[in-house]
Design a protein around this ligand. Structure first.
Ligand code: PXP
Length: 239
């Protein structure tokens, strides 16, 4: 299973002072040393953490692969098509949210999402859609012709201590997406405590984890924080 590390919140700390530390490029290198298979960043329209220059620098420095999360706004899509990350994950974006709250609904006309998928695909970028683990939404994603979806694990992250309903829904959704020919990624709200049941779902091939790893990196350093998450993921995946 691939572990992609989201380093947005390294830039959040830097932007708290609008200075030049901590450096996301350095964080990416340490995450790779710790066993990350890819580096993820979200270039938000409001540029609250990751900046355009970070994406450019990471594009050049990352030795694994870069997964760029973005909303479907034409300005950001154009930038992504120029920067050519290995993968682009389209997410719904609202200015006032603290973090990405739900998945793309993909209901109705979805002109913006369709255009974004077309533009990014034409630029040679692998496109993934961040969606809720819901069969109807998965079908609509498959109909858009993307190779991959990322299932939103937020409901699981909020409820796993009390109920396994969200975990079962994730398992069913992952199987449904695989049956539709989609590669299945997952993420949001995953931590050292709750990652293993999700990592054990065989139909999921990639996890995107940010906040918990960056939080632990404050105490352990980025390399060790990633190494520990890597171990948990690999352990959960053992036959
Ligand atoms: N996947 C997507 C699409 C996201 O938007 C985020 C948050 O930026 C994550 C994964 C990572 O979530 P967390 O920071 O809670 O691990």
């Amino acid at each position: 299973m691939r572990l992609y590390v989201n380093i947005d919140h390294v830039a959040t700390v830097r932007e708290a002072r609008r200075t030049d530390e901590p450096d996301p490029v350095r964080a990416a290198a340490a995450a790779e040393q710790g066993g990350a298979d890819g580096i993820t960043v979200h270039l938000r329209e409001d540029r609250r953490h990751i900046q355009d220059a970070d994406v450019r620098a990471l594009r050049a420095a990352v030795r694994t692969v870069l997964n760029l999360e973005l909303g479907a706004a034409p300005e950001i899509v154009r930038l992504a098509a120029r920067l050519k990350p290995f993968q682009a994950t389209l997410v719904p974006e609202q200015r006032r949210e603290i973090t990405t709250e739900g998945g793309l609904a993909l209901r109705g006309a979805n002109r913006k999402v369709c255009t974004a998928v077309e533009r990014l695909t034409a630029a040679g970028i692998r496109v993934s859609l961040f969606i809720d683990p819901d069969p109807g939404t998965i079908d609509r994603a498959a109909a858009l012709g993307v190779p991959a979806v990322e299932l939103h694990t937020g409901r699981y992250a909020r409820s796993w201590r009390k109920s396994d309903a969200a975990l079962r829904a994730l398992g069913r959704a992952a199987a449904h997406a695989r049956a539709r020919g989609l590669a299945v990624h997952a993420g949001h709200g995953l931590t050292y405590d709750n990652v293993q049941p999700v990592a054990a779902i065989r139909d999921i091939e990639e996890l995107n984890i940010g906040h918990s790893i960056v939080s632990n990196a404050i105490f352990l350093g980025m390399e060790e924080a990633v190494r520990r998450m890597r171990q948990l993921v690999d352990e959960a995946r053992k036959p």
